[in-house]
Design a protein around this ligand. Sequence first.
Ligand SMILES: Cc1cc2nc3c(=O)[nH]c(=O)nc-3n(C[C@H](O)[C@H](O)[C@H](O)COP(=O)(O)OP(=O)(O)OC[C@H]3O[C@@H](n4cnc5c(N)ncnc54)[C@H](O)[C@@H]3O)c2cc1C
Length: 308
Amino acid sequence: MMKLRQNVPLALYTTFGIGGRAHYFISATNFAELVSAVRLAKKNHWRYFVIAGGSNVVFDDKTFDGVVICFKPKDGPCHWQGPSLTVKANLPLAKLIKTAISHGLAGLETLSGIPGTVGGAIVGNAGAYGQTISDCLTRVEIFDGRKIKWLAKKQCRFTYRESIFKSNGWLILRAEFKLVTGDKKALAKKSQEIIKIRTTKYDPSLKCPGSFFKNVLVKDVSIRRGGLAKIDKQKIINSKIPAGYLLEAVGAKGMRIGGIYVADFHGNLLINDGHGTYRDVVTLATQLKKLVQKKFGVTLEEEVRYML
Ligand SMILES: Cc1cc2nc3c(=O)[nH]c(=O)nc-3n(C[C@H](O)[C@H](O)[C@H](O)COP(=O)(O)OP(=O)(O)OC[C@H]3O[C@@H](n4cnc5c(N)ncnc54)[C@H](O)[C@@H]3O)c2cc1C
């Protein structure tokens, strides 16, 4: 049964380990509870946020005066029909990928090792190694605050690390994917290789939200202001300038504010040493953005979501 808890420390629900307390907190394990939690918030005129795996969010140090609703990551079945898989949004992304591979279905394997849930991945159009979750998504079941309905992929307005869900606050309940047939063994091998690379980069004990800033789309760099002239063209991958390259070039590695520091092996990785605060995060992020702006004339944009 859904339980309303009070004064809950949010840092415990995020991989970055940052955040004050939530005045109210609800853990929802299924759609009915999730929808009821949102209805309860609306009825009481409480502000609310939904989180799932908490691997891409940063909360303020102050108490959040509304309700945080956690759509708790939960293992469950993947409904498989031919090349299609339908899953609940709070299914761990890892389970979806593993199931696809076990059926010899390709299209999600390069996302192996990304933490969090299917719903969280859809909101941020998560991706890695040239693939994004939206590539093989066909439709999404949502709750828009009044009704439950299916949206076609086109209606989700996916772009690089963006979707309509980042601005409209609709809840994702289920998702359907259409994959292509692949070689089971080769897919499993690729997945394992990627997980191995990721484990070296992201030691599981690190408190971090993955890459902090988005890579920069070449098309967004102002040619008029000579932005591209200062950039080593060899660093451009798939029409994107890696934020890590820009940050390393301004000496970001190892920079620290309070308990938050930039990894010495990756310029786009902000880590919490266990004593970091939201204030530290914002101060360091602001400094890094200024340095990149000054050297390259490029504005970095956060990939993480501030929940304020
Ligand atoms: C070590 C590490 C490595 C990472 N590597 C990558 C990577 O390679 N590529 C990449 O793209 N990301 C990466 N990330 C970021 C993160 O894992 C992904 O963005 C992930 O998909 C977020 O899922 P989540 O369930 O944790 O979402 P959360 O962090 O809980 O939420 C993210 C956003 O989605 C919303 N949300 C979550 N579930 C729902 C729902 N059901 N309905 C509506 N809104 C919802 C929340 O409100 C929030 O705005 C990494 C993170 C870590 C910690």
